[in-house]
Write a protein that binds this ligand. Sequence first.
Ligand SMILES: Nc1nc2c(ncn2[C@@H]2O[C@H](COP(=O)(O)OP(=O)(O)OP(=O)(O)O)[C@@H](O)[C@H]2O)c(=O)[nH]1
Ligand SMILES: [Mg+2]
Ligand SMILES: [Zn+2]
Length: 297
Amino acid sequence: MNADSTTEGLVVAAFGRRFLVESADGRIRDCVTRGKRNDYACGDRVTIMVQDDSHGVINSCAPRQTLLYRSDHWKQKLIAANVTQMVMVVAPVPSFDLNVVDCCLAAAEHAGIQPLIVLNKADLPESAKSETALALYTAMGYRLLKLVATQGVDALRPQLTGQRSVLVGESGMGKSTILNRLLPHAAAVTQDVSAALGTGKHTTSHARLHHLDNASDIIDTPGVQAFGVHHLGVADLAAAFVEFRPYLGQCRFRDCRHLEEPGCALVAAHEAGAITTRRLAAYRRLAAENLRQQKKF
Ligand SMILES: Nc1nc2c(ncn2[C@@H]2O[C@H](COP(=O)(O)OP(=O)(O)OP(=O)(O)O)[C@@H](O)[C@H]2O)c(=O)[nH]1
Ligand SMILES: [Mg+2]
Ligand SMILES: [Zn+2]
C-alpha cells in the first residue's frame, strides 16, 4: 500500500487524542488526529490517511446514527458512537447511585439509544435491596436483567444479538467482568493492560469496542462517578424522563419548566401517583442546575 493512500475504518479504542482504527481487513492502526481534534469516539466510522501498516491519521468522520456523551457546562466527553443499546450496569456492592442511573437513562433516551438495566452481582445478599430500588424503572417500562457475571452471562447474550451495545456505569459494577465472560479472548487483553501498568487493579481506563459476531459489537467503558447531562436543555430533559412524556404539553403554561409554575401537569401526575417523588425531584435538580449555569454565563 503506498504511503499516502486513505482507507475507511472503525474506531475501536479511544485514548485521549489517540485512536485505534480497524479497517475492513481487520488490520488495526494506531491513529492520531489533525490539529487539536479529539472529538471521535469508539464506534465512529472514519477515513484515515495511511502512514504505514500500523499508523495513520484520521481525516474525517462519517455522520453518526447515535452519539452517547456526557457533559458539564465546560466540556463534553464522548462515550460511544453509533450504538443501538446502552447496558446500564449496577451492582449492590459497591453501592450505586440512582442519580447516575437517571442521568445515563436520560442521555440514552435523548440520543435515541435503547437502555437495558443489568443488576449484576445478584449472588450478593444485598442485591434484594437493589432490586427493590430499581423497581421504579421496570414500572416505567425499562428492561431489567439480573446477572452474576462471575458465574456466567448467558442470560445477557440474546439481548446483545444484532446490537452495538455500550456498557456504562460506576466503577466496580462489573462491566469488564461481563465483557470478559462474553469474550474470553478479550480478558487476556484487559488483564495484560492492567498488568503492564502495574496498578494491580483492573479498572478500565479507556473505551474499547469488541466484536461479538458479524452483527454484534460491545463497547466497554471506564466507570463514571457522575454523568452530566448539561447538553439536555430543560425541554429535552423533561422528554428524556420517559414517564413524563404523556403529560408534556398539558401544563397551564406552554413554556412550563415544571419547577414551581402553577398548573403543572407533572405535579398533578405526581399527586395522582403516576410520577414518583424521587424522579420529579431528580428532574428538578438537573433542570435547576442547567438553568443556573445558563444564567451564570
Ligand atoms: N460477587 C460478585 N462479584 C463480581 C461479579 N461481577 C464482577 N464482580 C467483581 O467486581 C469487581 C469489579 O469488577 P469489574 O468488572 O472490574 O468492574 P468495572 O465495572 O469494569 O469497573 P471499572 O472498570 O472501574 O469501571 C471485580 O472484583 C469482580 O470480580 C458478580 O457477579 N458477583
Ligand atoms: Mg472495567
Ligand atoms: Zn409543567
